[in-house]
Design a protein around this ligand. Sequence first.
Ligand SMILES: [Zn+2]
Length: 437
Amino acid sequence: MWPAGTDPDTPRHRGLNIAPSRDGQLNTDSDSQTNYDDCMTERLYHTDSTLREFTARVVAQQESERGPAVRLDRTAFYPTSGGQPHDTGMLNDIAVLDVWEDGSGDVWHLLDRLPQGDEVRGEIDWERRFDHMQQHSGQHLLSGACVRVLNAPTISFHLGADESHIDLAVPEVSWAEAFRVEADVNRVVWEHHPVEVHVLDQAELHKVPLRRPPQVTGKVRVIWMRDCDAAACGGTHVCETAAVGLIKITRIEHYKGGVRVGFLCGTRALEDYQRVLRGLQEVSAGLSVHQSQLGKAVGRLQEEQRQARRELKAIQTQLVAFEAERLWAETPEASGVRQVITFLEGHTFEQALAIASQQSTHPGTLAFLAVSEAKGTRLVCQRSDDLHEVDAVSIIRRAAEALGGRGGGRPDLAQGGGGAQPQEAILQALRLGASGE
Ligand SMILES: [Zn+2]
């Protein structure tokens, strides 16, 4: 039975008796670490992290809120702790859904149902476990490289379902620095150093170059990757560094005064590379350019789009001006005044404002226009400067009220709105509004 260390990798042993585990629970500087000497459950993964099958005896069972749970005399199932999520698998033919440790250091297994009899055969979901071992071992190596290259200590670790991260106690990490860390840590992977597990007395700890001093009494379980990293830890690790595979930093962001570094190891890194490459291939094919030219191609597209927007805006302005003049010219003059009263189908309110503005540059003109929008009818009334006696506000209010809405503005320019109405009803409201003047 191993005692825990104090590295972020180290399991924490605080908790309620039957508290369910939380996947990838963050373990920071745990100050509440129970010595494993007192634990009841023998943890087979401590001496053999490659053990996939085992037999054990059920020594306790209970009904938790989420279903039945059993405690075994020994287990190869890793409970959620130290930033590493729990294992899953089977006990006999029953699915193991969650694994956690209680305040006494005992390990509980949440099951579909209780097994018959006391003897059980356990089988770990190896794909999930090996993935966790790759991410977790990779974290040790990455934390070691961050100290070597950036003098940046790790203060916490989280192994997520998709991505893992470490939090570094430095204010800033650039991508150039991250690439230097990646080069260093992957070199260490390729050098295939053995990953040794040592259980040491406090007096022996000076023999190991621990990245952080442990803060527990009694024996300490140390994961020693020679010439790369040494840390007190109760988790599961690969047997040599090469088994971690590629280590890739995927994200750098500021977090609580420090820096959060996201990373992927092994199979996850490979699958991410495949995903990214597929995405690049699709974009590359869509733009008919080689992947190395994508940056330039996107730059060209953006410039073309800006140019197209400028041209479109110029054409729209011309079109609105043309339409404003056409409508004005078609409107008969009565007593020296042209009342352009119309519903502009398929126009935006901004276009209606532009049309009214242009028409009112002609002396003796009252432009009273309406458009339909998703929320209802919108109105604008604008008169030329010489029509001092005409009050656009009164006009717009009469029409808006007829449409169940309201309006306001200045005597020369007013806006308003009302409910959605058929075109004929809107025109009727406009005529009613204008008739008072
Ligand atoms: Zn570890």
